[in-house]
Design a protein around this ligand. Sequence first.
Ligand code: SAM
Length: 285
Amino acid sequence: MPHTNRKKKTPAGMKSVTDQNRKQIIVHTKRKEVLDDEGWTHVVDKPSRQRASSVTESKDAGKYWSIGADFKVGDAYYINRTIEEIQEEFTHSKKAWEGSPACASLKALLDEKMKADSNTKKISRVVALGLGSLQSSRTQSRKTSFTQMAALETILQIMAKEETISMIFQDPVFTDLDKEFLVTLGHQVVEDPAAFDQIDENTLVYAIHCYSDVYQKVSQAPKPAVLVSTDVELFDRTSLDGEKGDVKSLGAMVESYEAIPFPQIRHDFSDTKIYWPKNVESGNP
Ligand SMILES: C[S@@+](CC[C@H](N)C(=O)[O-])C[C@H]1O[C@@H](n2cnc3c(N)ncnc32)[C@H](O)[C@@H]1O
């Protein structure tokens, strides 16, 4: 049996994996092996061309086939991937994004904003929150995360032509392979909540489709140069916080910004706004 799908033996006297708190057992720091819910160890950088045979040999062969997953840990589904395959998938998504009308619209609107507003703050750092796992099994979620990555690169092409920008990523669902991939791109990955302390007035905060508690923490930081986030008015309407004070702090967070709709592709930027500082000098947004 190849080592990709081998059952971990439970030593005598020890509880089986299903009896224990799985979160305590899954140690993602050992990138190449992940223990799934069934007690099987997966080598997560196994090339996909070998995947069919490894899954077939699992006692749960085909169990997650319909959702395109190889295995499950807790509530999350994963696929076996190598760094090279993640890079390939990113290259593919980036190409699709760059050829899309949404990308052209984004470039045009940022160009216009940069020209119209000489006061635009210099961006020296990106804090990207809640990108989602690039190793997540669901094809659509993965596609969305890759497209959001590609769009972030487009934003920086326009907004940071000469400057070197440090990019910090934080998402509690990142696997070690996700982290390794982001690091190979030259980015930094931090553990929650370290990224919130990195936000300052020269930061672009990129946090698409995050939950209100994430925005709440952003609202407690210095106001960023630009914020890309879910339309905060939606939190008001749906009362996701349940707490009026919380909703107010989200409103206060964006009151000095103009809310520009993010150009759409599929649902990847649904309800997303680019919060751009109001141009106080010209009196126009
Ligand atoms: C609804 S998903 C959005 C994923 C992706 N951006 C998208 O649009 O499909 C929200 C993401 O926020 C992440 N998240 C939750 N708490 C977070 C935190 N404190 N810091 C950063 N990300 C967080 C979740 O793990 C999840 O990946």
